[in-house]
Unconditional design. Sequence first.
Length: 304
Amino acid sequence: MTASLDDLALIARGKVREMYDLERVGEEGPTLLMVASDRISTYDAVHPTPIPDKGKVLTGLSVFWFERTEEIVANHLVSTVAGVPPEVLGRALVVRRLEMLPVECVVRGYITGSGWKDYQATGSVSGIALPQGLRESERLPEPIFTPSTKADVGHDEAIDFDGAVELVGDRALMERVRDASIELYSFAAEHAREHGVILADTKFEFGLDNSDPDAAPALVLGDEVLTPDSSRYWPAEGYEVGHSQPSFDKQYVRDWAAASGWDKRPPAPAIPDDVVAGTRGRYIEAYELITGEPFQQWLERTGA
Ligand code: PZK
């Protein structure tokens, strides 16, 4: 018997998703329900207008990547259907409960965003010295691991590798986390490139599975993975160094918001119908380009 969402305890709420406690303790130990909404944020503010199917697209993309990266590192995905309440089918996952590590694991293959700002100011990002003369959005000689703190409120703060070791308290574990993060990024960026999309950077979160009292805690990839909300995806067509790149998914909203005169401070404005439709189309296009399958198949597989 599958619970209804109303019967579950909310344990965490992000800007655009929720985490619930599931009663079910199966063979895999305690589990949670991670639910993606259709809410969208730009400039750190959530708009009052949802993007239909956004939560399902992001959930389907996470599952695509979880299924293809198991050989790099174990992940928390337990089920896409069994145990998922009917009202959130297609946009929720049953996941293993982990003890999350207190660092955000950012990997950058291109110099952009806060990395570009730090590079311009210091020539380094997270303590990693980069070649001189890089231009905005340029591909890096190799992907770099640039961890940050997990801020409860406000912005995550960049830290160097030793800072991450200090937060986690285990250098050997942090080296495995770094190496897995870079391998995951490299695998996904190569796949995306072959499908006409640049994966500029991404953020992972890891945890430890302590559910077997007789085994050593296992390193497990958690959270959502390689979605447009946790990553910067750029269209390969039109990519050009020397300036910022349009976001694959959010550029319609950003362009409309800029032209609307919104000062980018909360509250974010409602989004007009044509911008909603264009943005929904971009999310579905991202799903279909990256996975190579019609989005409809995700809906059918999950009974959404
Ligand atoms: C966990 N978050 C972030 C906040 C969300 C997600 N497998 C796990 N085990 C224990 N805790 C978490 C996870 C995962 N993933 C992740 N908070 C707790 C977060 C708000 C909404 F969907």
